[in-house]
Write a protein that binds this ligand. Structure first.
Ligand code: ARG
Length: 462
């Protein structure tokens, strides 16, 4: 074992204690952020005359060498070190000697880890935004191609009113659009640099915090050093936003699983995104959608874990906070994988338009429109509702759809019915008469599609 702090100790750390305390097994994921932060810190120390330009040059060359060697696999991150910060610093000192020992001037591992975690999290936000945009692009494509693909809309998982596949997919577009907005909002709020906060009370060295903040792409330095080293709100906010992303993906997965079932047959999953059974030769299972739905649980778990870890902590840094990483990293990876695979699955799915339309035609999805027809002929809505209710009973009895009734049968139920009833309750009419913004009617849908197009082309925010 190798550590940065042996000076005031007279005994070696117990091996089990060392293992329990160490975080290198998981915080090594942040090696890039640790090196990037140290390069910025050393540049600032040089600019302020706290260390010599010669030392700065040696430190930067040393750190860049470490980065290169880790990435090429030449340098293995060793578990002999307590954490990634100790590993990088010790390696730097091995490489460049005394200059390396000056790097940690005016810095604590507390502001260092706060910075590394922020840089890592910010990077995750940026990568996730790209994945969400890819998903929205696939969705828009499906929406544009299916404004006249009729299907039943459901409430209580019972057929309710006819709609289109475009309209159904547009509901998911809205959800993932809000997810992107949430990420942008979190990024904006978290983008202040904690470096220079020291252990908790800043430092006596004349650091230029605005300069390091700028070098690292932050909007400025944080305003309170105690808060800076003990703030993990941004991890909580991101895990909360990610839980919502997973909730959306999970609902969508659930629908696709149902639609892919033998009973529904609305969709056919591509072979590349399905799996077979070891015993039942006929099976083609939607495992990817099921796994996405299943993995939602571990992302929620990460959120609850960090909320619980943070809830009793006095200011400022406490070692409990080392527990912010493992489950968060797992959740970050899970969300990235799920978005990537779900998008691939969705882009290769085929929709059985004929099955969907047929399903929309039975189940009395046009009953509301039949009632509205009577209202337009002067029948009060409550009476119309009763008449159509009796009509549905008659159809169930005759095992037919509303549009299968004869004109005489219509007239017998209510004399206000005329020949134009058949057109008024056709699938096309039922959908395309719904023209309020947000409804499935073709003209209304086209307006929304134009908004989505401008949004994805970065022309107009939504
Ligand atoms: N491994 C620690 C963490 O992740 C780094 C900070 C350690 N600071 C300290 N004072 N022990 O939180």
């Amino acid at each position: 074992m190798a550590q940065l702090w042996g000076g005031r100790f007279t005994k070696e750390t117990d091996e089990a204690v060392y293992q329990f305390n160490a975080s290198i097994g998981f915080d090594q994921k942040m090696y890039r952020q640790d090196i990037e932060g140290s390069i910025a810190h050393s540049k600032m120390l040089g600019k302020q005359g706290i260390i010599s330009q010669e030392d700065v040059d040696a430190i930067i060359a040393g750190l860049e060498g470490i980065l290169k060697d880790i990435e090429s696999g030449e340098l293995e991150i060793s578990s002999r070190y307590e954490d990634i910060h100790s590993f990088v610093e010790a390696n730097l000192i091995d490489r460049i000697g005394d200059a390396g020992k000056r790097l940690h001037t005016g810095r604590s591992r507390n502001d260092q880890v706060a910075l590394d975690m922020k840089l890592y999290t910010r990077n995750v936000i940026d990568n996730t935004d790209v994945l969400l945009k890819d998903l929205l692009t696939v969705l828009l494509d499906i929406i544009k191609n299916n404004t006249d693909t009729y299907m039943p809309g459901f409430t209580h998982l019972q057929k309710a009113q006819p709609t289109t596949l475009a309209h159904h997919m547009s509901a998911y577009f809205e959800m993932f659009l809000r997810d992107r907005q949430r990420l942008a909002d979190i990024r904006k709020r978290m983008n202040l640099c904690p470096l220079g906060s020291g252990a908790m009370a800043g430092t006596t060295y004349p650091l230029d915090r605005a300069y390091t903040a700028e070098l690292l792409g932050f909007d400025g330095p944080t305003r309170n050093s105690m808060d800076s080293v003990s703030d993990r709100d941004y991890v909580i906010e991101l895990l909360s936003a990610f839980s919502t992303v997973m909730m959306h993906l999970s609902r969508f997965s659930e629908e696709l699983i149902v639609w892919n079932s033998n009973e529904y047959r609305f969709v056919e999953m591509d072979d590349a995104y399905s799996t077979g059974s070891s015993i039942m030769p006929q099976k083609k299972n939607p495992d990817i959608a099921e796994l996405v739905r299943g993995k939602t649980g571990r992302v929620y778990g990460a959120l609850i874990s960090i909320l619980t870890t943070m809830k009793g902590l006095p200011l400022a840094y406490n070692k409990d906070m080392q527990e912010d990483k493992e489950m968060a990293f797992d959740a970050f990876e899970t969300v990235g994988d799920c978005l990537y695979l779900f998008t691939g699955m969705l882009s290769t799915i085929s929709f059985r338009k004929d099955v969907m339309a047929k399903s929309a035609m039975n189940g009395f999805t046009n009953a509301t429109d039949a009632a509205d027809y009577l209202v337009n002929k002067g029948v009060p809505f409550r009476d119309a509702h009763g008449i159509i209710g009796r009509m549905v009973l008659l159809c169930i009895d005759k095992n037919c759809a509303i549009e299968d009734l004869s004109m005489d049968e219509f007239k017998e139920l209510c004399p206000a019915f005329e020949e134009d009833i058949y057109d008024a309750i056709s699938l096309e009419t039922c959908v395309n008469k719904r023209l309020t913004l947000g409804a499935p009617g073709q003209d209304a849908m086209n307006k929304v599609i134009a908004m989505y197009e401008a949004y994805l082309a970065d022309e107009k925010a939504l």
